[in-house]
Design a protein around this ligand. Structure first.
Ligand SMILES: NC(=O)C1=CN([C@@H]2O[C@H](COP(=O)(O)OP(=O)(O)OC[C@H]3O[C@@H](n4cnc5c(N)ncnc54)[C@H](OP(=O)(O)O)[C@@H]3O)[C@@H](O)[C@H]2O)C=CC1
Ligand SMILES: Nc1nc2c(c(=O)[nH]1)N=C([C@H](O)[C@@H](O)CO)CN2
Length: 205
């Protein structure tokens, strides 16, 4: 089961493959609650919930609360309300997991994405709280990536500078996130942990 906001061709492919694709906009509490209602109508139980939705928003200039408001909803309120509402569905599964996708930027903050970084740091803290609240039946962990994949409009110089930020000097692609997800889903002794997926950036700054 996936949520989508804009109907990408990839959503059509998933739906054709039999995946339940639910429209959702987590930018408001009403949108989050509407998504929860859809999940409850489509699922009798859940093996895992992976919170991936995100907006890489820079801080607006001149300053206003728009980015903070959006990112509070998408990175904080949506995981919070979905986790609490779907706990009973997760308890139907003999093994259950919640995974929050965060961002390595929370290590140091961001001078141009204060709201983005703060909301991801809050998500990291919710990993700790929900891990305590839902144990022992449900494991709750995070994955904190640095640059995973380049955008189509990223230039060669941007890519070189990005690779130089880590000691492993690579932009690995989404497979490494899947490897981290599989590790967390399959390891019965890991909870309250956020996996650092950053090519060793912390060794450089
Ligand atoms: N890409 C990278 O290098 C890095 C990514 N990450 C994190 O990894 C995760 C995946 O990254 P990436 O794929 O690049 O993320 P994207 O920026 O592509 O966003 C992921 C999805 O979030 C959805 N989304 C955005 N706003 C909303 C909303 N209001 N309601 C519902 N869905 C919404 C988008 O849906 P739609 O397209 O339909 O609008 C999009 O498909 C994110 O949490 C990101 O913060 C962390 C560090 C590096
Ligand atoms: N929601 C998103 N979050 C992030 C993205 C993105 O495209 N969408 N991209 C990055 C960058 O790759 C950054 O890691 C480069 O240093 C971070 N977060």
């Amino acid at each position: 089961m996936i949520s989508y906001r804009q109907r990408h061709p990839g959503v059509d492919e998933l739906e054709a493959a039999g995946i339940t694709c639910l429209p959702a906009d987590f930018g408001s509490e009403a949108g989050i609650l509407a998504f929860i209602e859809q999940v409850q109508q489509h699922a009798d139980g859940l093996r895992a919930i992976i919170h991936n939705a995100s907006a890489w928003q820079a801080d607006p200039v001149p300053a206003n609360g728009s980015a903070f408001n959006t990112l509070f909803h998408v990175h904080m309120l949506a995981p919070y309300l979905i986790n609490l509402a779907c706990e009973p569905l997760l308890r139907q599964s003999p093994i259950a997991d919640i995974i929050h996708i965060s961002d390595d930027v929370t290590r140091r903050g961001s001078s141009h994405r204060v709201a983005y970084s703060a909301s991801k740091a809050a998500l990291d803290n919710m990993t700790l709280s929900f891990a305590s609240q839902f144990a022992p039946h449900i494991k709750v962990n995070g994955i904190s990536p640095a640059l995973i994949m380049l955008h189509p409009d990223d230039g060669v110089e941007y890519a070189r500078q990005a690779m130089d930020k880590s000691v492993l000097k690579t932009v690995p692609g989404p497979e490494v996130v899947m490897q981290a997800v599989e590790y967390l889903l399959n390891n019965p002794y890991v909870t309250g942990t956020t996996l650092c997926l950053n090519g060793g950036r912390h060794l450089k700054n």
